[in-house]
Design a protein. Structure first.
Length: 415
């Protein structure tokens, strides 16, 4: 059948009640047919556990007393229900739905990129709901725990592993077995724990803190961030990003605002739609830039319904006034500076590779801007981190990375 805007097709193969020889013939046929990449292949069988494959072949184990046709129908229903949670009609939203559809069949580890409020948590949930994995989805925001507790929270600990560990405790890895583990703000993961996470991804094995017994798990990881990933070791990054989805900010897909408003109104039990709102309200909602993205739009609608007036001031919509927001004056300064810099570089005819130039510029901007903000707040890191829109832990990483010292305003090596 056709799925996802008619651009994804499924070849359904009923492999139930077949002999081992016939099953071998089925796989020979599948391998030949797999050359047509416009098709995904769904195989219903009785013997093996349900699983995805990197080749985009999904095998589903038929339940007892269930027909193969019923199995396929339920799969389609589950898929459509999950994808319906991705609201909008823009080309970007349609691409996201197709990505989730493909991920369901191939089962990769997924990295989600996007600004705060773009829906990274929701997308992780949709990926899990659309999948055939039997376990649950476990979520952890890595900014919420101090580094000293993080390892035990992830992997669990044995009795006596440290002072106060009076009994053994199961970690989140064990709870995510056969399901998904959503790691929000993956860039905050400390380096020592990154090595253990890589081992879980590559071998499906780990040790609890203070324990000798090796644990085995089958987990697909979904990671997300709206920040720099330079602190993630490259081998881990490539494993976490087997598939990558970038969520664009709402200001770049304004066509989805009416559909999102309809969705929020329905969830709040209001029998009305975007088109029923006063024309002036519709225009304001379409013209606003939403520094807090979809989450801010949701809060705006809630406030409008409770107070009867539209308030588009970001600080009143539970969004930081600094979140993803750059003033027109700052934009102009950036434009002028970049133009002047590029003209000077190209005038020398010594043209550096784009990747190296970009890396050098970003690191230079990062170190200088962070240092200046720290100086403005007299090195009050809590206030500086809030102004920068990053966590306190991440700010400390930058201070160490660039060897910043409030006592010595010297130039750091940012290469």
């Amino acid at each position: 059948g056709n799925y996802i805007d008619g651009q994804r097709k499924i070849l359904f193969i009923d492999a139930t009640n077949v002999s081992a020889l016939d099953r071998s013939k089925v796989w020979d046929f599948v391998k030949n047919f797999r050359k047509d990449l416009s098709f995904k292949i769904l195989i219903v069988q009785d013997e093996l556990e349900s699983k995805e494959s990197a080749q985009g072949i999904l095998t589903i184990k038929r339940q007892k007393n269930q027909s193969s046709e019923k199995c396929v129908i339920e799969f389609g229903k589950k898929m459509r229900e999950a994808l319906s949670l991705i609201v909008g009609n823009s080309s970007h939203v349609k691409t996201i739905r197709r990505n989730v559809f493909d991920i369901t069949f191939s089962g990769p580890h997924v990295l989600i990129l996007g600004e705060t409020g773009t829906g990274k948590n929701l997308l992780a949930s949709v990926i899990h709901k659309a999948s055939i994995r039997s376990g649950e989805i476990v979520s952890l925001n890595l900014t919420t725990l101090p580094e000293s507790l993080l390892e035990s929270e992830l992997f669990g600990h044995a009795k006596g592993a440290y002072t106060g560990a009076d009994s053994s405790r199961e970690g989140l890895m064990a709870k995510a077995d056969r399901g998904h583990f959503f790691l929000d703000e993956i860039g905050e993961l400390p380096l020592p724990i990154q090595a253990k996470l890589l081992n879980v991804i590559e071998d499906g094995k780990y040790h609890v803190v203070g324990g000798l017994e090796e644990k085995k798990v089958d987990i697909k990881f979904i990671s997300a961030t709206n920040r720099d990933l330079s602190f993630i070791r490259k081998d881990l990054f490539y494993r976490l990003a087997e598939d990558m989805i970038e969520l664009v900010p709402l200001r770049n897909r304004k066509d989805d605002v009416p559909a999102l408003v309809d969705f929020f109104l329905k969830n709040l039990d209001y029998d009305m739609k975007f088109g029923d709102l006063p024309t002036e309200i519709q225009s304001k909602l379409m013209d606003y830039n939403y520094p807090g993205n979809v989450r801010e739009l949701q809060n705006i609608i809630k406030r409008y319904l409770s107070k009867g007036e539209l308030d588009l001031q970001a600080e009143k919509n539970n969004v930081s006034v600094y979140s993803n927001s750059i003033s027109n004056r700052a934009y102009q300064i950036i434009d002028d500076s970049v133009t002047d810099m590029i003209e000077k570089i190209t005038s020398t005819h010594d043209l550096p590779p784009l990747v190296e130039l970009k890396e050098k510029i970003l690191s230079k901007v990062e170190v200088e801007y962070v240092r200046h903000v720290l100086n403005i707040f007299k090195w009050d890191k809590q206030k500086a981190a809030a102004k920068l829109g990053i966590s306190y832990r991440y700010l400390n990483k930058l201070v160490i990375k660039y060897n910043m010292d409030r006592r010595a305003p010297k130039k750091e090596n940012s290469s």
